[in-house]
Ligand binder design. Sequence first.
Ligand SMILES: NC(=O)c1ccc[n+]([C@@H]2O[C@H](COP(=O)([O-])OP(=O)(O)OC[C@H]3O[C@@H](n4cnc5c(N)ncnc54)[C@H](OP(=O)(O)O)[C@@H]3O)[C@@H](O)[C@H]2O)c1
Length: 250
Amino acid sequence: MKAIITGASSGIGQEIARELAARGYDLILVARRRDRLEKLAAELPVQCRILEADLSSAEQCKMLYCRARGEDVEILVNNAGFGLCGRFAVTSLDREVEMIRTNIVAVHILTKLFLHDFRMKNSGYILNVASSAGFMAGPLMATYYATKNYVLRLTQAIREELRREGSAVKVAALCPGPVDTEFNRVADVKFALPGMDARTCAHIAVRQLFKGRGVIVPGRGMQAMVAASKLTPEWLLPRITYHIQKRKIQ
Ligand SMILES: NC(=O)c1ccc[n+]([C@@H]2O[C@H](COP(=O)([O-])OP(=O)(O)OC[C@H]3O[C@@H](n4cnc5c(N)ncnc54)[C@H](OP(=O)(O)O)[C@@H]3O)[C@@H](O)[C@H]2O)c1
């Protein structure tokens, strides 16, 4: 049994690696920071292969699949991603394009390629890490929220296609609220709400994935907020989100 985890060098990805290792899965750990992956691999009680890749490159995503495909992968966790804060009119175009490539294009490519193999053998799990940001528009973090909307909706659509064809392959979207990781430092923000422990988030994510849940929102507080957002008129939601996002900017 083998799982491949992108963004395993930090935060949620690292904790999902620990969670799957505890369940006996051998791991393929992916990120750019090899030293971090080596440190994690040394501490885990399972076999780990390290594949260094910059997932903002479509070519490297395809290469990653080619290097991993012979290994009978059972679980794909598309976790690598990052955010960026600020008004859309002034944020860096280059950084946003890099974000779209990492948060969307890489998830799209890896999901498609691994899904092909999983359908052939009629087994496997794909966990796409979206966000509670995926349920709404996010002024002051517009591109990040939009990328997570894409991940959530793509995952839901694929899940329905698989259900209709009676496939045993399971796909799920993980939609956490704030989680204490390196995300804030990378995005240059601070949370407006208290963050969840990354280990708790990963534990819930893996448990719910194996239970077959399609959309996983860890924590009752965040579940209530997502439910409330669905009852809020479309015109009002971005106004509320703007005020929450404004408190995040340092
Ligand atoms: N923290 C939160 O509040 C929160 C909430 C909802 C959703 N999420 C989502 O959770 C996922 C994990 O984020 P995190 O909170 O754990 O943040 P994190 O601690 O900053 O971890 C991000 C991971 O993504 C990897 N990564 C980023 N860009 C990459 C690239 N171009 N190529 C390969 N790997 C790349 C990083 O590895 P290297 O830098 O070593 O490459 C790192 O392992 C993201 O998709 C994020 O959007 C986070």
